[in-house]
Design a binder for this molecule. Sequence first.
Ligand code: 3IX
Length: 182
Amino acid sequence: MKSSFVVPTDLDPVQRHPKAAKAGERMRMHNPMCFGCGEESPNGLRLEMFAGEEFTVDAAMRVQTQFEGGPGVIHGGVLSTAFDDVMGMVPLLVGPSAVTVHLEVDYIKPIPVETTLQFRASLLGRQRRKIYTEGIAHYGDPTQPVAVAHGIFVTINAREHFADHLENSQLSDEYKRRLSRP
Ligand SMILES: CCCCC/C=C\C/C=C\C/C=C\C/C=C\CCCC(=O)SCCNC(=O)CCNC(=O)[C@H](O)C(C)(C)COP(=O)(O)OP(=O)(O)OC[C@H]1O[C@@H](n2cnc3c(N)ncnc32)[C@H](O)[C@@H]1OP(=O)(O)O
């Protein structure tokens, strides 16, 4: 498996945020309506995220029959969505919210529907606002991945970044309430 993803060598030091979930704890949802992990998203993937050791996040996903792409196997876009969301939780272990600016996936083996796929996302490094991550999809042994992803997330001020879009959220009232708080 070849990846062209390049992590800079002049990285900044990172520390786990004191308020981040502890290893083994479930991570707080960033948005209950998120298609990837939101508990209230009607047709979403409903990924449950758990903080791991150091800067890792673990999740599991039942590959539902409706996720089919090729006959009997997962759709590549569904898999990349899951990777985006699991890797997108890694910045929250370091501190600020971050959004995806780059996402790539290497598909290694066909992933059958009606199986339970596991994910592990890890921090590769931070440089200024950019957070470099890797994601592995596996069936119990992360050293035998069936797909590998890489992503770059850029930290944001969430209040400012989403300010013009909260109106469109299915939870717009809740978000407007939060925004009006000092
Ligand atoms: C009360 C209200 C709020 C409540 C909200 C609550 C929580 C929600 C918060 C966050 C979500 C948290 C967790 C999410 C978990 C999973 C979800 C999946 C994540 C997604 O699904 S999210 C959707 C898709 N995502 C986007 O919708 C981003 C669109 N985008 C932009 O909005 C801008 O692009 C922005 C703001 C990101 C940056 O813009 P900007 O102007 O602030 O900064 P700038 O352009 O200078 O980039 C800064 C540095 O990033 C480098 N850089 C930029 N792009 C790059 C690329 N493609 N490749 C490599 N490096 C890149 C530059 O080179 C520079 O690097 P350097 O500093 O080293 O020069």
